[in-house]
Design a protein around this ligand. Structure first.
Ligand SMILES: CC(C)(COP(=O)(O)OP(=O)(O)OC[C@H]1O[C@@H](n2cnc3c(N)ncnc32)[C@H](O)[C@@H]1OP(=O)(O)O)[C@@H](O)C(=O)NCCC(=O)NCCS
Length: 293
């Protein structure tokens, strides 16, 4: 494998058919190549390997996200060598070409976000589906208590499933419930390329980009309207100040820790698409931005 390179796709409208795999998306949809490649990796890892339904892989956050894709330059045989059957002499040598193969991806979801997941909650396609008071983890351990949603939280969750608005969240160990944070997610590296530090490279790239563009997602009242900015609660304009979150699969916590993320004990554990998850945070120093001229 040659030196991998990373491409960035900034937020962009996406016409994606949720039920279809990347290779079957209609050509007329003009989907950016980088996004198609991100979805190819995500489908291979999350849909084929982890059995998440294809239709749950794309979500309404994708168009507002920044996406990074890491590529490997690989040499592929496009036609095998042809030999003379009697003499064994090569008549035509093997033909090969170097291709850029998408092998990993991560996305960055800007704020605002839906409320932090419930401890012991069970989520499918971003929706809380368990309304009972306990849930049994897959390893057969003691059932986890699930606190029922208050009517205010139900309303928040309903609004969050469309366009989230700035509403205060419950405070946790590493988040005061109010500070705007960006969320890294859908981190995936295809099986044969794991264990070479590529996930770390993707996360570092996204974190560095955000540090250099700290105001990229800061909203303006002119665009969103004051009622969405939490100003009615006496808040100030939300400004990102270096806080990242991720909802990590429990098996991938080590990979996130290698990039500096810490588990938020108070957020607890919950199930997303049948996989146990925990919340993690990372705080970085933002870099002053060059003044626009
Ligand atoms: C998690 C994942 C993205 C890591 O990709 P990767 O390129 O292999 O990760 P890196 O090589 O950068 O590894 C970073 C560190 O995490 C460790 N690590 C990576 N995956 C791990 C796993 N599944 N379990 C335990 N440790 C893991 C690595 O050993 C490495 O630590 P080390 O340098 O001390 O050995 C990859 O395993 C993957 O795609 N898994 C399936 C999808 C998934 O779980 N995504 C995470 C969603 S939150």
């Amino acid at each position: 494998m040659g030196t991998p390179f990373i491409a960035l796709l900034e937020p962009t409208p996406l016409a994606w058919e949720r039920a279809l795999p990347p290779a079957s998306q209609p050509a007329s949809a003009s989907i950016p190549r980088t996004f198609l490649d991100a979805m190819t990796v995500r489908s291979e890892v999350f849909v084929q390997e982890q059995n998440i339904p294809q239709s749950n892989e794309f979500d309404p956050d994708d168009p507002r996200c920044a996406h990074w894709v890491i590529y490997a330059s690989v040499n592929q045989t496009i036609a095998p060598a042809v030999t003379d059957p009697t003499t064994g002499e090569v008549i035509r040598p093997r033909q090969s070409e170097t291709k850029s193969l998408p092998i990993g991806t991560v996305r960055l979801v800007p704020f605002p976000h839906p409320p932090h997941p419930r401890k012991g909650g069970v989520y499918v396609d971003g929706e809380l589906i368990n309304t009972t008071t306990t849930t049994t983890p897959p390893n057969g351990d003691t059932p986890l208590p699930v606190q029922p949603l208050t009517s205010q939280e139900q309303e928040q969750a309903r609004r969050a499933s469309t366009i989230p608005t700035f509403t205060p969240d419950r405070p946790t160990t590493l988040h005061d419930g109010r500070e705007p944070y960006v969320k890294l997610g859908r981190l995936a590296v295809t099986k044969e390329f794991r264990g070479r530090g590529l996930a770390g490279q993707l996360v570092r790239t996204a974190v560095d980009w955000m540090r250099k563009h700290p105001s990229y997602f800061d909203p303006s009242p002119a665009e969103r309207g004051f009622e969405h900015l939490g100003m009615e609660q006496g808040g100030t304009l939300p400004r990102w100040n270096g806080l990242f979150c991720c909802h990590a699969q429990v098996d991938a916590v080590r990979a996130w820790e290698k990039s500096g993320f810490q588990v938020d004990q108070e957020m607890g554990e919950w199930m997303e698409e049948g996989i146990p998850h925990v919340g993690m945070f990372l705080r970085v120093q933002v870099e002053p931005e060059a003044k626009q001229v």
